[in-house]
Design a protein around this ligand. Structure first.
Ligand SMILES: *[C@@H]1O[C@H](CO)[C@@H](O)[C@H](O)[C@H]1NC(C)=O
Ligand SMILES: *[C@@H]1O[C@H](CO)[C@@H](O)[C@H](O)[C@H]1NC(C)=O
Ligand SMILES: *[C@@H]1O[C@H](CO)[C@@H](O)[C@H](O)[C@H]1NC(C)=O
Ligand SMILES: *[C@@H]1O[C@H](CO)[C@@H](O)[C@H](O)[C@H]1NC(C)=O
Ligand SMILES: *[C@@H]1O[C@H](CO)[C@@H](O)[C@H](O)[C@H]1NC(C)=O
Length: 558
């Protein structure tokens, strides 16, 4: 058995990559570890012409990119040098058997200022593009986010040739307000208003266009990993004079259709291949807000190596209306013959033939409580408890913290009064469930489920009804973790609840999330076995009602 250690230092970040190389006759090697040390601080940046306080990781904005391969173990030692509690969540990483690392206020105690805490998670059987962000309060509106890129292991076929480079494109709306100001506006029942602009990789306004963001060599092909890391606006992304070949979406290889522009909704990630097949020159890539009264956009420059021809003045027009967007979504297909993280074809799982055991219909509800605006599902507006829900459950003190299943599987007939509580529902382990989201609001929504990938089988205008199931794509819907819901529309997903843990279901629209449009699904394996769920790591932080309690009986090997 041989072990090699490589050390690299980039922009103050220390990345230690330890590869355990074990000869094949020893049997299964432990999966490699990738180590990060993150110092999280405030800094001042003028992103849209106004100096403001932002969240930096190792001095970087956006935060450092996490590059890894399927099944790598990721270890992130987080030093909280803010003046507020901090947690990171890893959007789209499934944490098989391990909601202990999900980094939401319902699963983890916050890292208090002046201390450090180490997250350890595995990109188990996953490939694709994801991102992380700070999950407490409105912190993510001022940064602290970054790309997670999971490449296939060696020898696992990838359904396209290796690109010349693999580039991050983090796009999002931006507000010139401090995150504490955003939170207190929402606490006071006020809206933080429209975004001040759009950022591409942390650059906005004139700064986005100069200097060029990427250099292309003519004749080569580039992979762009595009994530909408904003909090409210759906964005349309396009590149002057270039088509984009869609190859991956939220961790699944797609049928490789070409698009001249793509809608990227809040919390979504996708990968496109771009051929540098045009006349050498500068070209603009544009991210512009969709469905907003006062649109805004950002443009960054892709320069062909050696070019001194400025970009053409005509910026491609964005598409209009949301029917275009819905039709584009309908055209997305899973590539049923491509490998994913494992060598078998990813689509060999015939989800369309499994019987649904339960339908959970989640209608977005908005209301006022004591004069304050609240959002929720089915009349229940979630509020975090002083003890993370997962810990309360594990230590068997949940009755002191929350009540299960306060919310029904379908919305109450009329909009009754909003009920504010920790919103926790249970799902039976390994059952196949249909979840329907209904958004009666005039604005877009985008919903995410932690711990899982789901089949995004259908969406449409108006209210959902069971006969709309005949419109579902039961063959090659993309398996993903986030789905948009258009105004006054529904979206339906299907998934098997086979990942034991406590999982956040949330609106990615962070005002709605903050005001209660989220819940947790508790999935418990009756076997209490390590086959199904890990024990809480002894290093996990304790807070609230579980401080000083003895550890409960461990889950045992199967
Ligand atoms: C804090 O950082 C130190 C130094 O890197 C490390 O040894 C320790 O394990 C970390 N503590 C936690 C709780 O992660
Ligand atoms: C799907 O993946 C296979 C296997 O890599 C590839 O040969 C094929 O071109 C892909 N199909 C489409 C339509 O993208
Ligand atoms: C991540 O991988 C990409 C593509 O190989 C590379 O360009 C980039 O420098 C890497 N970033 C880090 C921080 O390792
Ligand atoms: C699904 O339900 C149908 C009708 O109730 C039944 O005939 C069929 O056997 C079920 N399929 C499976 C795989 O359980
Ligand atoms: C959990 O607590 C309840 C009382 O709150 C008790 O009846 C039950 O036996 C406890 N279960 C375990 C596994 O300790």
């Amino acid at each position: 058995m041989a072990a090699t250690t490589m050390r690299a230092t980039a922009a103050g970040a220390v990345l230690l990559l330890a590869l355990l190389l074990v000869s094949t006759n020893v049997g299964r090697a432990e999966d490699p570890y990738v180590f990060f040390e993150w110092h999280v601080t405030y800094g001042t940046k003028s992103l849209l012409g106004v100096p403001q306080k932002v969240i930096l990781i190792n001095g970087e904005f956006p935060g450092p990119r996490i590059n890894c391969s399927s099944n790598n173990n990721i270890v992130v030692n987080v030093f909280n040098q803010l003046d507020q509690p901090l947690l990171f969540t890893w959007n789209g990483i499934q944490h098989r058997k391990n909601s202990w690392q999900d980094g939401m206020p319902g699963t983890n105690c916050p890292v208090v200022p002046g201390t450090n805490y180490t997250f350890k998670w595995q990109a188990k059987d996953q490939i694709g593009s994801f991102f992380y962000f700070p999950s407490i309060g409105m912190q993510r509106t001022v940064g602290g986010y970054g790309l997670i890129s999971v490449v296939s292991r060696l020898l696992i076929p990838v359904p396209f040739d290796p690109p010349a480079d693999d580039l991050q494109v983090l796009i999002g709306d931006w507000y010139n307000k401090d995150h504490t100001v955003m939170a207190s506006l929402l606490d006071a029942g006020k809206s933080p208003g429209r975004p001040a602009g759009v950022l591409i990789n942390g650059r906005g306004g004139k700064d986005a266009a100069n200097p060029p963001m990427f250099t292309f060599e003519a004749g080569k092909t580039y992979r762009l990993r595009i994530c909408n890391v904003g909090i409210k606006a759906s964005l349309n992304f396009r590149i002057q004079g270039h088509d984009m070949r869609l190859v991956e979406m939220d961790g699944s290889h797609t049928v490789q259709d070409s698009f001249d522009s793509l809608d990227v909704h809040v919390g979504h990630c996708l990968s496109v291949l771009v051929d540098a097949d045009q006349k050498p020159a500068d070209y603009l890539m544009v991210a512009s807000t969709r469905f907003m009264v006062e649109p805004s956009s950002a443009s960054a420059v892709i320069r062909y190596a050696g070019s001194n021809t400025p970009p053409a003045p005509n910026v491609p027009e964005p598409p209009a209306g949301w029917a275009w967007s819905l039709n584009q979504w309908r055209s997305f297909r899973w590539n049923l013959t491509a490998s994913a993280a494992r060598p078998n074809p990813q689509g060999s799982y015939h989800y369309g033939q499994i019987n649904i055991t339960r339908t959970i219909k989640l209608m977005v509800t908005r209301g006022h409580l004591e004069g304050k605006l609240k959002y929720g599902f089915n009349g229940v507006s979630h509020v975090d408890a002083d003890t993370p829900l997962k810990l309360a459950e594990y230590f068997n003190v949940s009755d002191k913290v929350f009540k299960y299943n306060q919310m029904g599987d379908s919305p109450p007939g009329v909009n009754g009064p909003m009920h504010v509580a920790p919103n926790v529902i249970t799902a039976e382990f390994r059952t196949f469930i249909e979840v329907v989201f209904e958004n009666p609001e005039k604005s877009m929504d985008s919903l995410h489920i932690d711990g899982y990938a789901f089949f995004a089988v259908g969406m449409g205008p108006g209210k959902w009804s069971p006969d709309l199931r005949k419109t579902y794509n039961l063959l090659d819907a993309v398996s993903r973790h986030t789905i948009q819901v258009y105004p006054r529309s529904w979206s339906a997903v299907m998934l098997t609840f086979d990942n034991a843990g406590m999982w956040n279901v949330r609106s990615n629209l962070w005002e709605r999330h903050y005001l209660g449009e989220q819940l947790y699904i508790s999935v418990i394996s009756p076997a209490r076995s390590l086959r199904d769920e890990y024990n809480m790591p002894e290093t996990n932080l304790r807070c609230g009602k579980v401080v000083g309690l003895p550890l409960p009986p461990s889950y045992l090997p199967a």
